[in-house]
Design a protein around this ligand. Structure first.
Ligand SMILES: [Zn+2]
Length: 550
């Protein structure tokens, strides 16, 4: 009775404090039973952390065994993930990320935040996936209607020790994910990100002994301003950052990178690389409240949990069986071999380009009408001919082995023309950038010399000084207009200025483009299945005169 009375009083105090401080919500506090076993980690709370698992499903089997071994040595374990678990391999992408959550539940994660790839299938799908999560999800810096989309903080209490977590997810998600799928979300950047992190650190410091930032920010140069180390350098009171995103292996101030010349201070930041090559460990003494150990543990050779491994292997076997199976047939040879696909229109090039337009116009809302949508994909990305007969996913993976995704760039007619002129500069000689196209008819006049200007930045290819060789004869049956805006469906490689496509990069960098994150080979499979009914139609018996070479 006395105990109940005491509990009621403390509850009242908490409520009063919350009202007095104007605290919008009290922080979710989770009590963990303190492990009383003897051993190396006796009296310690051990945070085990992973990041960027990216569908390496079998690797999850290391975690229950590692956790058990630390518990056997007296440690109380909190298992956390710093994001990018829902995409990266077909074994998780095939379920739009849900199978990753299934595995994480089975492993017994306590906490996770969101990486950019968590949004690849859209925010609605992410919410659906995470509604099944048996672990806590926190994210402090992505907002909807002025509020963070998940809890901003969580506190774990082990004995008298309180460890507080808040989480920062990269604002780069804005440009790495199809904007149509993340509408209404606001991403916090740079100064605002530091201010938000400071407020979180201050809030947690009042209640906790150790403040940890669970971060999907990374330390890449290209992320400058939004890196974990930028947050750490511009705030006080964060005791440790558990990082992700850049796939860096780093611990105790040491960063394992190819480029050893780069010097950034990564003290108090730990990241495990990717695909569960390592598991991070941070040990905190429950009495002194000090971090007493931080390290990465290589997983190779560690014990694997049989149940988790069985779940993972079942996923792998199911997907692999599906891949090897015939899903379609063709009575026509689909031409994808070098040098043909790099110097002229081919029926396989048409099929792939058509599938790209089909995918985007079906799954995405574009800013232009469908008669202003075209596709351009580099012939060098098409790697094999499909013989007449059966088609399996192994076939499509062989044709498109790079795992490229479909991107959309909004360009002017003039920019489209520039890209095509540059990409046929040596036609009829083969070049990887040679365009396979959909939605337009073009003519390349090889009797005229290419008017080469200066090299594109960071490129070995030259911009055209003037348009001499290419004419765009029509776009979806309409006259071509240099001043109109066209949506060019391409692959993420060309969108980023790969091969001869600097004109696309210019648009992309100016914010006039996005990556759908939809893999090209998956799109090809879906197009053949759903649009063509599993049989390559007569439309693709031969070329159609989309590209005339004079
Ligand atoms: Zn990431």
């Amino acid at each position: 009775m006395k105990k109940l009375f005491k509990t009621l009083i403390s509850l009242l105090v908490v409520l009063m404090l919350a009202t007095l401080t104007g605290c919008s919500s009290s922080i979710n506090t989770i009590k963990k039973e303190e492990n009383k076993a003897e051993g190396e980690y006796a009296g310690q709370t051990v945070i085990l952390h992973t990041n960027d698992v990216h569908g390496a499903v079998e690797g999850y089997s290391y975690l229950p065994e590692l956790k058990a071994s630390i518990e056997a040595q007296g440690g109380t374990v909190i298992l956390v993930d710093a994001g990018d678990y829902t995409n990266g391999s077909i074994y998780v992408s095939i379920s739009k990320g849900e199978s990753a959550v299934t595995l994480m539940n089975q492993v017994g994660y306590d906490l996770a935040t969101l990486g950019n790839h968590e949004f690849d299938f859209g925010f609605a799908q992410l919410q659906n996936n995470l509604s099944k999560a048996e672990f806590n999800v926190i994210c402090s810096d992505i907002l909807k209607d002025g509020k963070s989309i998940y809890d901003s903080e969580v506190i774990y209490k082990v004995g008298s020790l309180k460890v507080g977590f808040f989480a920062l997810s990269t604002p780069e998600t804005q440009t790495k994910v199809n904007p149509g799928l993340i509408q209404g979300l606001v991403f916090t950047e740079k100064e605002d990100l530091y201010a938000l992190a400071q407020a979180e650190a201050d809030k947690l410091a009042k209640k906790c002994d150790v403040v940890i930032c669970l971060s999907h920010l990374g330390v890449d140069d290209e992320s400058q301003g939004n890196r974990s180390i930028d947050v750490l350098g511009n705030t006080t009171g964060i005791d440790f950052v558990i990082d992700g995103h850049s796939h860096t292996v780093m611990s105790n101030g040491e960063k394992v990178v190819e480029d050893a010349t780069e010097k950034v201070d990564v003290t108090n930041v730990q990241q495990t690389g990717t695909e569960l090559a390592n598991v991070g460990l941070i040990a905190i003494d429950n009495k002194t409240k000090q971090i007493v150990k931080s390290e990465n543990i290589a997983t190779e050779g560690l014990a694997q949990n049989a149940d988790v491994l069985a779940t993972a292997q079942n996923i792998v076997a199911t997907v692999d069986a599906e891949y090897g199976a015939t899903f379609a047939t063709t009575e026509y040879v689909l031409v994808g071999e070098k040098p043909i696909v790099r110097s002229q229109e081919t029926n396989l090039g048409n099929l792939i380009a058509d599938s790209m337009v089909w995918s985007v116009t079906n799954e995405t809302t574009l800013e232009v009408d469908n008669d202003h949508v075209v596709a351009v994909t580099n012939g060098g990305g098409i790697r094999a001919t499909v013989e007449a007969g059966d088609i399996s996913r192994t076939t499509t993976k062989t044709v498109l082995p790079f795992g490229n995704t479909i991107a959309v760039n909004y360009v002017t007619g003039a920019e489209l023309l520039e890209a095509l002129e540059a990409s046929t500069y040596c036609t009829p000689d083969a070049v990887g950038g040679f365009p396979q196209i959909s939605g337009m008819k073009i003519t390349v006049d090889t009797t005229v010399e290419y008017d080469a200007g200066s090299e594109y930045p960071g490129s070995t290819y030259c911009a055209p000084n003037s348009i001499k060789r290419v004419t765009i004869d029509e776009v979806n049956g309409q006259p071509f207009d240099e001043t109109a805006t066209y949506a060019v469906v391409t692959n993420n490689f060309c969108a980023a200025g790969g091969d001869t496509y600097y004109a696309f990069k210019r648009a992309y960098d100016a914010g006039n483009g996005f990556d759908t994150s939809i893999p090209m080979d998956e799109t090809l499979v879906n197009y053949i299945n759903f649009e063509l009914g599993g049989k390559i139609t007569a439309k693709y018996a031969d070329v159609e005169g989309r590209i005339t070479i004079k």
